[in-house]
Write a protein that binds this ligand. Structure first.
Ligand code: GUN
Length: 284
């Protein structure tokens, strides 16, 4: 029998704690504010941003949305970020990615004040994560660690395999698993003998973005499988893992939807709360 890890339930638990902390801060006269910038009309990005706004409202976090047209020039976007960097009531700034092709993502990320970079994408925050001294962690890997803790799944001494080496998920995920004393392998398109590598995993995290990429013959009996993929097949959302066949081999597995997804926005809320506490001298 495997455990189906319920991201919605864990997320609701964590969110209740955040809402309480926000309320306590409000009572001390401290507000918590997040600015969300979206450029253009990407449909998936619009849904993500709407969900982020909804989560803020539910937790008492004040959110401001800046929806800029597709043809926004770099100077306009950088000017907006500079303004937000200087506003005291804005504790976190997030620029939804991907940006339209004519905008330089690196330049935009670098323009956000590291203390307000609740995505933890700024190179300064990436460096902090590498040395294990950080306030903000990219939301998806942070959510996965939170889920493992919540389920009492220890990483120490375990073989952890992360499929995918993106800056947003794969690389920070590997760092966090190392900080938890896991033995970590990161795989990518050029990895040889992928199946053998995966069969060695006690904890397997897939962030590939291909439906049915992880099949039952790649999974060790009793492994923990975390599915980060969000794919669409015939209009239905699915992950990277062939859930029905893989689940029976695992000791615990996250479904899609209802697994990692709900945790991601929750961790953004947590990072925003942390930013507000830090900026108001509540966290030293
Ligand atoms: N696009 C996809 N995931 C993310 C995320 O976590 N943050 C931002 N800013 N953009 C994204």
């Amino acid at each position: 029998m495997y455990k189906r890890i319920d991201g919605k339930a864990i997320s609701a638990d964590v969110r209740a704690g955040i809402a309480e902390e926000v309320k306590a801060l409000n009572q001390q006269g401290v507000s918590v504010g997040l600015a969300v910038i979206i450029v253009g009309e990407d449909p998936a990005s619009k849904i993500y941003v709407a969900n982020k706004k909804k989560a803020c409202a539910a937790l008492g976090i004040v959110s401001e949305e800046y929806a800029l047209p597709e043809d926004t020039d770099e100077a306009t976007l950088l000017h907006l970020i500079d303004e937000l960097n200087h506003r005291k009531e804005i504790n976190g700034i997030l620029c939804q990615l991907p940006l339209p092709k004519h905008l330089d993502e690196k330049k935009v990320i670098n323009a956000i004040l590291p203390a307000k970079d609740v995505d933890a994408f700024h190179p300064q925050n990436v460096g902090h994560i590498m040395i294990g001294d950080f306030d903000f962690v990219p939301c998806t890997p942070a959510g996965i660690i939170e889920m493992l803790h919540h389920e009492d799944i220890s990483v120490e001494g375990k073989n952890c395999v992360v499929l995918g080496r993106s800056n947003i998920v794969g690389k920070p995920m590997a760092m966090l698993l190392m900080h938890e004393n896991g033995t970590v392998t990161v795989t990518h398109r050029k990895t040889k003998n992928l199946k053998e590598v995966c069969l060695n995993a006690d904890i397997l995290v897939s962030s590939v973005g291909k439906p049915n990429f992880v099949t039952a013959d790649m999974v060790k009996e009793g492994a923990v499988v975390i599915d980060v993929g969000i794919n669409r097949v015939d209009g239905k959302v699915c992950g990277d893992v062939d859930f029905d066949r893989v689940a029976e081999k695992t000791s615990a597995i996250t479904p899609v939807p209802g697994g990692v997804g709900p945790m991601t926005i929750t961790m953004l809320m947590k990072n925003t709360l942390t930013a507000a506490k830090r900026q108001n001298g509540i966290l030293k």
